[in-house]
Write a protein that binds this ligand. Structure first.
Ligand SMILES: Nc1nc2c(ncn2[C@@H]2O[C@H](COP(=O)(O)OP(=O)(O)OP(=O)(O)O)[C@@H](O)[C@H]2O)c(=O)[nH]1
Length: 705
């Protein structure tokens, strides 16, 4: 993982090539890499979807997920992190720790993932390894453990000095970096410098690892400490996330990648060293769907990381959403190439064709009995009694802390097919893309009659449009991109509605009475309809058939998708139904329409308020720019949460600011801080607006400003 363009795809491509998995070296610039296989990725030179590849290296199997760097695709990164055991964070050696590096770093923190850092692009003239180490310390509060130093000849990177073996590793420029050799360090001054750095490294490790400390005491010097003790200390401290080993190179110039692969084996955990939370499954299969893709020939493909047990071709498993699923075929991961295998097991990744209803984020388990057994073991471990009624799978996911939160959309726009005849095809395409990417929201707006897409940013929505064009051959039209405001009520509002009509000679009539309440707690979702349980209300409500009530709910929930101010989703409120009388022979859709009209009518007369999407920002800046940055943030209606020192020269500002005010923020921050500050952003829910901000937002959205 990394900031955009740091070199993840280029590095992955080298790993595949050096491991012998591919016999051609692809380049991002030529649009022929293995992992950027979507047409949009190849055209734009960016990664949009995580891609899975696996290859063998020195008698080990490495499963690698190449993740996107752009903030609009954070959800992809999040899903991948739930499926891996360790991560390699790639830095651009000339840029150091950048905005999105900070975001992915905190995502990896949340998943408690051990990590390595690879400082890439060290061939660039402006690359500075030491400055990157300082950045890692100061911007990420981490303990970097440099294992290498760059070797440059006439300004060109030719190799690295490996501190642990105190040797120079030089790459042969001839065969795309396939061969390299270790050469002793002849220069005495350089030799001394390397020794000094090695002792610093051992000293740092000895403070973290008792075995190493003991060996140093016994040897009474750093000099005679055995290399395997140092390697063990690095591994143990990395697994405990006390340190981060740092390597360097230039993937593009084919320097350093093999040593990075060695370090993955040496220092990142094996599957058996993590995922103990799945022990409750014993040897039964449990895995996680970290991605769903649609292949034209093979249909939906679920990419699954197995944590325990094995899945065989032709076997079944169960999921949270789809009940039992059959695995018809299994493929090995190599991006969009499919190689069939018979089974895959714990630690590995398999691409399964057959499952129809799995969605990204699903936990999949061998069968219901295995799930029950696991729950029992978990309950026994925590001495708790579980409620029978709760969905087993959800309960398990919550116990294992595995629920995925799908971020709220922050932007939306309408999408229309070029002709009404293509509406169904467009709906199908959107449904398929949404299964792959749960952060894409799709809804139908009853009032405008349009399909509305919600997403994480402009790029996100543009990519969806171009995928619909290239993969489904539909040239859809997008409306203007707008901020996804939500709406809420300021006080309860009650209303009654009578609808009567004669349709095809049959009289339809409905009467209803309801109140919409704001949720005082600020929690709960808009999708809530409750029945008044007073005796008086129950008089009429008990006569309503469940099917009719279902149609009523559907109408009510649909109407709550569209607030009266800007058509934003109604949030934090509950509908309470006091009375519902339905005339004999009234059709169900008539009840649904009446419910929507009643809610629409109540909302038009209610006091509503806009809620705007906020972003959480973490800004790391040298102290001298702090006051200018704070002044600028104030102009953006930002709420400063914390300002704290990081290292001796930097400050970290944590702040929540409205998305509407952040359009140009990264550029302005660069200008204010002469390019030295960095910012990471992530969505941070919605918050109420005051009257004047709301009026401005409405004028802007309605195009009056
Ligand atoms: N000079 C130099 N350029 C590099 C190096 N590695 C990658 N690049 C170039 O940097 C650009 C981005 O590389 P990618 O591999 O696509 O980076 P990425 O991190 O996968 O990008 P996203 O997935 O889109 O975030 C491409 O033009 C690469 O050719 C390197 O070591 N040195």
């Amino acid at each position: 993982m990394a900031h955009i363009d740091a070199g993840k795809t280029t590095t992955t491509e080298r790993m595949l090539y050096y491991s012998g998995r591919t016999d051609m070296l692809g380049e991002v610039m030529l649009g022929n890499t293995v992992t950027d296989f979507l047409q949009q990725e190849r055209e734009r030179g960016i990664t949009i979807c995580s891609a899975a590849v696996s290859f063998n290296w020195k008698e080990h199997r490495i499963n690698l997920l190449d993740t996107p760097g752009h903030i609009d695709f954070t959800m992809e990164v999040e899903q991948s992190l739930g499926a891996v055991d360790g991560t390699v964070v790639i830095l651009d050696g000339s840029a150091g720790v950048e905005a999105q590096t900070i975001t992915v770093w905190s995502q990896a923190d949340r998943h408690q993932l051990p990590r390595l850092v690879f400082v890439n692009k060290m061939d660039k003239e402006t690359a500075d390894f030491d400055a990157c180490l300082v950045d890692l310390k100061q911007k990420l509060s981490t303990v970097p453990l440099p294992l290498q130093m760059p070797i440059k000849q006439s300004g060109k990177l030719v190799g690295v000095i490996d501190l642990l073996s105190s040797s120079q590793i030089i790459w042969d420029g001839q065969n795309k970096g396939r061969s390299y050799k270790a050469v002793p360090i002849a220069d005495e001054y350089l030799h001394d410098t390397v020794q000094e750095k090695l002792y610093e490294l051992i000293d740092l490790l000895s403070g973290l690892d008792d075995n190493l400390a003991q060996a140093i005491i016994e040897a009474n010097s750093f000099e005679n400490v055995k290399l395997n003790l140092v390697l063990d200390a690095i591994r143990n401290s990395t697994l405990k996330q006390q340190i981060v080993p740092v390597l360097l190179g230039s993937s593009y110039k084919n320097v350093g990648v093999q040593l990075l692969m060695d370090s993955v084996l040496n220092f990142l955990p094996a599957p058996s060293e993590r995922n103990q939370i799945y022990d409750c499954f014993g040897s039964d299969f449990v895995g996680k769907v970290f991605k769903v893709t649609h292949d034209k020939q093979r249909g939906p493909i679920s990419m699954i990381r197995a944590f325990r047990g094995t899945v065989k071709k032709g076997s079944k498993f169960i999921t949270a959403t789809g009940g039992s699923e059959t695995v018809q075929r299994i493929y090995e991961p190599l991006a969009d190439e499919y190689r069939e295998i018979d089974a895959f097991g714990a630690g590995n990744i398999g691409l399964c064709a057959g499952p129809k209803a799995t969605v990204t984020g699903d936990l999949v388990v061998a069968n219901a009995a295995a799930l029950k057994k696991a729950l029992k073991r978990l309950s026994a471990a925590s001495n708790s009694v579980e409620e029978e009624s709760i969905d087993d799978e959800l309960l398990l996911a919550s116990k294992l802390g595995l629920q995925t939160t799908i971020p709220d959309a922050v932007y939306f726009c309408s999408i229309e097919p070029p002709s009404s005849g293509q509406q169904t095809a467009l709906d199908n395409a959107l449904r398929e893309i949404q299964r792959e990417d749960p952060s894409l929201r799709i809804r139908y707006d009853e009032v405008t009659g349009q399909t509305v897409l919600g997403g994480m940013g402009q790029l996100h929505i543009e990519i969806v449009k171009s995928r619909i064009l290239t993969e489904y051959r539909i040239d859809a039209d997008l409306g203007p991109l707008q901020i996804a405001y939500k709406e809420t009520l300021e006080e309860p509002s009650r209303g009654q509605w009578t609808a009567e009509k004669e349709i095809a000679g049959s009289k339809q009539s409905v009467y209803m009475d309801m109140t919409i309440y704001p949720n005082e707690t600020g929690e709960g979702s808009a999708e809530r309809v409750v029945l008044d349980n007073s005796a008086e209300a129950q008089e009429t409500l008990k006569l309503v058939r469940p099917r009719q009530m279902a149609f009523f709910r559907k109408g009510a929930l649909g109407a709550l998708q569209r607030g009266p101010k800007l058509g934003g989703q109604l949030a934090n409120c509950t509908v309470k139904l006091h009375a519902l009388t339905i005339g004999r022979g009234t059709a169900d859709p008539f009840i649904m329409a009446a419910a929507a009209q009643c809610i629409g009518n109540i909302l038009t007369n209610a006091r509503c308020r806009l809620l705007e999407p906020d972003m959480f920002l973490e800004i790391v800046t040298p102290s001298e720019y702090l006051s200018a940055i704070l002044a600028d943030l104030n102009r953006r209606r930002a709420r400063i949460e914390d300002v704290a020192p990081r290292g001796s020269v930097n400050k970290v500002v944590k702040v929540v600011a409205p998305l509407a005010e952040l359009g140009d923020y990264s550029t302005v921050l660069r200008t204010i801080s002469s390019g030295t500050a960095s910012v990471s952003m992530e969505p941070n829910g919605h918050s109420p607006m005051n009257e004047s901000d709301e009026a401005t937002a409405m004028r802007r959205t309605l195009g009056l400003e």
